[in-house]
Design a protein around this ligand. Structure first.
Ligand code: ATP
Ligand code: MG
Length: 255
């Protein structure tokens, strides 16, 4: 069965895209077939996968608007070998473009229906807002992965995210669940990191993943080379952490 995860947090810069690109590559390293869907008009998952977002004939925007098929927009990344549905700034027009459409929150779910059997995992990189693009991701997904940077305001936004998740489960996607809260850019020597981490565990219990992603300069450098860190510096702490995350996700899903 295909596992579809939306990687989401409306707070910006918490490591959503870094998690998508590197988890995708790490799952491929465990011989799983993976599709990464870029649902952010910033197109960072596209760039970080080594695909030029300015040279796209079709993108996720065309998919949502019903103007292209998955087959027409899908790219296979090199050398990481996961598939990608790329996006660029055009996607910012989707909210307006879909305004008069019925079932506009189901566009991504419907588009993935025919091809999801081709994959073990589909990861969806969300933009930093709770807009129609994020709702489309949450409607298509079975699980939600929430990267959280352990700093002062980290918990504040989680309440509105959980409200949105509740609304989506009560309306369009009753099967949706929180698959994991992932602590990113973790610095174990920092007492604030430890405090916030402790609070996360107190509130969310074992929804907090055991794996933590450390702050690691190789993770920050890799996207400028269009590579997941596994293909840039396989022995780095960041690379090992994302491999461990892939392992934990496989275990938690009994795969
Ligand atoms: P946005 O909300 O804008 O989509 P995001 O949540 O997708 O942001 P990223 O783009 O993944 O966040 O990360 C934000 C920045 O932090 C990037 O420059 C990225 O390279 C860097 N970064 C992410 N994770 C780490 C890490 N563990 N160690 C060091 N740098 C990191
Ligand atoms: Mg991002």
């Amino acid at each position: 069965m295909t596992r579809i995860f939306a990687v989401t947090n409306q707070k910006g810069g918490v490591g959503k895209t870094t998690t998508c690109v590197n988890l995708a590559a790490s799952l491929v390293a465990t011989k799983r077939k993976v599709l990464l869907v870029d649902m952010d008009p910033q197109g960072h998952a596209t760039l970080g996968s080594g695909v030029d977002k300015k040279q796209l004939e079709y993108s996720v925007y065309d998919l949502l608007m019903g103007e292209a098929t998955v087959e027409q927009i899908r790219k296979t990344t090199d050398p990481a070998s996961y598939d990608l549905l790329p996006a660029n700034v055009d996607l910012a027009g989707a909210e307006v473009g879909l305004i008069n459409e019925s079932q506009r929150e189901r566009k991504l779910a419907n588009a993935l229906e025919g091809i999801k059997k081709d994959y073990d995992f589909i990861l969806i990189d969300c933009p930093p807002s709770l807009n129609l693009l994020t709702i489309n991701a949450l409607t298509a997904a079975r699980g939600v992965l929430v990267p959280v940077q352990c700093e002062y305001y980290a918990l504040e936004g989680l309440t509105s995210l959980l409200d949105t998740l509740k609304r989506v489960t009560e309306t369009v996607n009753p099967g949706l669940e929180v698959s994991g809260i992932l602590r990113t850019m973790y610095d174990s020597r920092n007492s604030l990191t430890q405090d916030v981490s402790g609070q996360l565990i107190e509130y969310f219990g074992d929804q907090v993943l055991d794996t933590v992603i450390p702050r690691n300069v190789r993770l920050a450098e890799a996207p400028s080379h269009g590579l997941p860190v596994l293909c840039y510096d396989a022995k780095s702490k960041g690379s090992l952490a994302y491999l461990a995350l892939a392992g934990e996700i496989l275990r938690r899903n009994s795969l």
